[in-house]
Design a protein around this ligand. Structure first.
Ligand SMILES: [Zn+2]
Ligand SMILES: [Zn+2]
Length: 316
């Protein structure tokens, strides 16, 4: 299976500020080894060797994830990240004149659907888009988003073939050899996590979720759904302290993600749905604290923790 993150930011698209970019330059200059300062080629080599967090950007687009499994193209959520995915598909996909895309929606808060009006594959009649969601009336919700008062092109005027599949709560469907299950999450208006399984590998996408009670009985349903996943993508919008203060805002923290991942025997944990108020260094700090938390509390468990970043690809 292959996964690519096209949007990782929660709530609102968040372009980098000039201040943030300047900050990056200053930090890079500060870390330059004095021995290479007079050697431009060495400086270039040093900058090229920096990580994406140090010299690149974690990403400001709202949630969109592409998963390739078997011969299927699956898309999870339609945040602003879906625009670049759409442009990539119509340019580069071998059967770009007859795309068959399966789009799963966690819920219809703006940050998970507002990229769709800019999704180029929807403007070609030979493409087929199948939407899946346990939320009723998904079609109507998308129509409302593209009502003339809010957007000039209606859903009806996007000529790709569109089909809407209403999923039962906690059900599993098969697309060829690929198995996709859903499980409800606690979030204003309701959100759903998805578990994708193919060829002995599994990914769980669990975003926009608050875990109010952390006792064993309350968390069991989630641990069972995450059990043994090769990759868990987890809502880490808040710090642990923020999560306590922002009760009922519907989001979780990285530390809860670490506890759940360890308990469920997950192999890799991607911190996702980054808070729009935070810059890359602050998000990186959350990652560092999560890794320390894991080392101190679960020293013997194997768990790879990393940040979901725009453009990141993972092969499982
Ligand atoms: Zn969200
Ligand atoms: Zn939400």
């Amino acid at each position: 299976m292959k996964i690519k993150f096209w949007g990782v930011r929660g709530s609102l698209p968040t372009p980098p500020t000039a201040e943030h970019i300047r900050d990056k330059f200053i930090r890079i200059i500060d870390t330059l080894p004095p021995a290479i300062l007079a050697k431009p080629d060495e400086i270039k080599k040093y900058i090229l060797g920096l990580s994406n967090i140090e010299a690149g950007l974690i990403g400001g687009n709202t949630p969109c994830i592409e998963i390739r499994a078997s011969d299927k193209i699956l898309i999870f959520d339609m945040g602003s990240g879906i625009k670049a995915l759409g442009n990539y598909l119509v340019k580069n996909e071998p059967n770009k004149n007859g795309l068959d895309l399966h789009i799963f929606i966690t819920h219809t808060h703006w940050d998970h659907i507002h990229g769709f009006p800019f999704f180029t594959p929807a403007f070609f009649p030979n493409n087929k888009l199948t939407f899946y969601s346990p939320h009723p009336n998904l079609k109507e919700r998308l129509e409302v988003q593209q009502d003339f008062r809010f957007f000039p092109v209606s859903l009806e005027h996007m000529p790709a073939k569109k089909e809407f599949v209403l999923l039962e709560h906690n059900s599993t469907i098969n697309l060829g050899e690929v198995k996709i299950s859903n499980h409800p999450l606690y979030h204003p208006g309701g959100s759903f996590s998805y578990r994708i399984e193919w060829n002995g590998k599994s990914i769980v996408y669990a975003t926009d979720s608050e875990y109010k009670n952390l006792d064993r009985e309350s968390t069991k349903q989630y641990i069972d759904f995450f059990r043994g996943a090769d990759l868990l993508i987890f809502d880490a919008q808040y710090t642990f302290e923020e999560a306590i203060h922002k009760e009922d805002w519907g989001h979780s923290s990285a530390l809860v993600g670490v506890e759940f991942a360890v308990e469920a025997g997950v192999k890799r944990l991607a911190l996702f749905h980054h808070e729009p108020e935070r810059n890359d260094f602050e998000i990186q700090d959350i990652l560092k604290k999560s890794i320390d938390f894991k080392k101190i509390n679960f020293p013997k468990q194997k768990l790879d923790i990393f940040l979901a970043m725009e453009g990141l690809e993972i092969y499982l």
